[in-house]
Structure formats: C-alpha cells, structure tokens
Design a binder for this molecule. Sequence first.
Ligand code: C2E
Ligand code: MG
Ligand code: MG
Ligand code: MG
Length: 292
Amino acid sequence: AAKKSGKGRISYCSGVMKEAVQEKMTLTNSLHRALEGEELFLHYQPQVSATTHEITGFEALLRWNHPERGIISPEVFIPLAEQSGLISSIGEWVLKTACTQNKTWQNQGYKPVRMGVNLSVEQFRSSNLERIIRTCLEDTGLEPQYLELEITEGIAMKTSQYVIRQLFALKNLGVAISIDDFGTAFSSMSRLKDLPVDRIKIDRQFIWGIGENPRDEAVIAVMIHLARELGLEVTAEGVETAAQLSFLQTEDCDEIQGFYFSKPVSANAIKKDIYENHFSNIKNKSRCIETL
Ligand code: C2E
Ligand code: MG
Ligand code: MG
Ligand code: MG
C-alpha cells in the first residue's frame, strides 16, 4: 500500500507509475540498511598507459549487494541516494574506503598510482566537501596527488562562480581533478581552459563508435587535440577491443580504461604481479583480469 504522506499525489498516477514509486521507496529504505550493514563495497578498475600498458591508476566503482536482489547497478541506486540525502554518507564512505585501499597497496610496496573517486552533484554542491576530503587524506595518510576526483562534465561546465571556487578549493588540497563522461554535456569547449582540471575522460559512447562511425572518430580526435593544447591528460573509457585501442594509440591518447584490459574487480583480485608487470606482458588476450 502507498504511504499515507504520498497518497494524494500517488492516487493520480497510473498503476505502472505507482509501482515505480513504491519500488523507489522500497529500495531507498533498504539503502539505509545497506550503508549500516556490509552490503556496499567497491570494485577497482585499472587504468593503463596507452603506450606501455603499465598501470597508472584505478577507478573506485561502487557496488550494492542486495540480500534478495543481488548486485544493483550504481546507475540505479546513486540517483536514489541523491534524492534521499544519503549520498553524503555514502560518498564519504566511498572516499574513505578508496583512499584506505590505495594507501594499503602503497604500504605493501606496490608502485604508487592514482585512485579515481566519483563525486555526485550533491556532494560537489556541499560546502563541506573541501573539509571532508582534507580530513579523509589526513585520516588515511594518502598523499593528495594519489587521489583523483571525478566530476561529470555537466557539473564542471555549470557557469557559476560557486563551481569555479569549489574546484579551486579542491585543487588547492593537491588532489587531481578529472572531467568524467567528457563530450556528453554539449559544453562550451572554450570554458575548459578556465577550469583547474588535470584530465578529461572521454565518454565510452564515443569509444564504441570507433570503426563504426567516422563522426565519433572525428570527435575523439578533436577532444584529444584540445586536451593536448590545454595541457590536460586524456583517458579513454570503455575500451573493449584491439581496434579501439589501436585507434586511440594513433590519436595519442594517454590512458586506457576498459574491459579490454580489465573489468572492475575486487581489491583481492588485484595482485602484486598484475599490478607491477604491465599488461603488455599478456599477449593476445582480450581480457586480462576477469571479474571476481
Ligand atoms: P563512470 O564514472 O563513467 O564509470 C565508468 C563506468 O563504465 C563503470 O560502470 C564501468 O564499469 C564501465 N566500464 C568501464 N569500462 C567498460 C567497458 O569496456 N565496457 C563497458 N560496457 N563498460 C565499461 P559502473 O561501475 O556500472 O558505474 C556506472 C556509473 O555509476 C559511473 O560511471 C558513475 O557515474 C556512477 N558511480 C559508480 N560508483 C560511484 C560512486 O562511488 N559515487 C558516485 N557518485 N557515482 C558512482
Ligand atoms: Mg567515473
Ligand atoms: Mg565515465
Ligand atoms: Mg557515467
């Protein structure tokens, strides 16, 4: 049955919409429990140099193992977390866990690399963000250059002084900043030059057009060229095939992230040998690390 508080509004909805609303409420309620229990965890996806295939970083990707429904995609539950205000606690947990993991690997003698952490719009809007990240770095002992904050192009390109100030405040902590899903938000490219960012991550939709759609290839080439001129690094996301990799190498892309090298995997799956011997040692394999 619909909750009393929402009854008036819900009664106008069709049966299907009503179900969708109830589904959202049910999931949101169990998200509270997920954060308390141990249902949330992180997977880590390697990022490698396009030329040497050495690991240069990881991206932390949030997973929810729901007791009845199994793994739920972040594309489904992050929006619910944002709407319910839970995103700030979840986001802090992600930051802390990812930084701790990166520091642990360093303590174990692994080559120091970056850890990318996604920030939601709501987190980015918060005036506490700078303090939260500073505290996280202090508590975990991770040096700031090994944390990279990923914000989406949509957030970065909002023409507000607040966005610019927030970016400079974060940058002053010494962390790296990347623009995620680059190319999807129809932003003005000229604005990029005024933002204190280090990297763009080309959205996977473009990558999947390589070999299929010359227009996607043209856009990728222009994005890489622009980044080059502005002194930014470029990561291509969603790289699945040798042909995509080869095109990106020709276009002088810096780093590659995608199933071709590795799916996102558990921390346990990231072993010292995989971490330190580059992926180029593994020949003729379409996937170097399988999901664990
Ligand atoms: P994103 O930040 O753009 O992350 C990259 C997504 O592309 C991940 O999906 C990753 O698994 C997927 N991916 C990478 N390489 C390939 C490939 O070769 N093929 C295919 N088919 N997919 C590939 P995932 O893990 O499902 O995450 C989806 C989105 O959810 C992320 O997109 C990000 O926007 C959001 N997200 C994930 N974790 C967090 C988090 O901790 N906080 C926030 N705020 N958002 C998160
Ligand atoms: Mg990301
Ligand atoms: Mg992305
Ligand atoms: Mg995305």
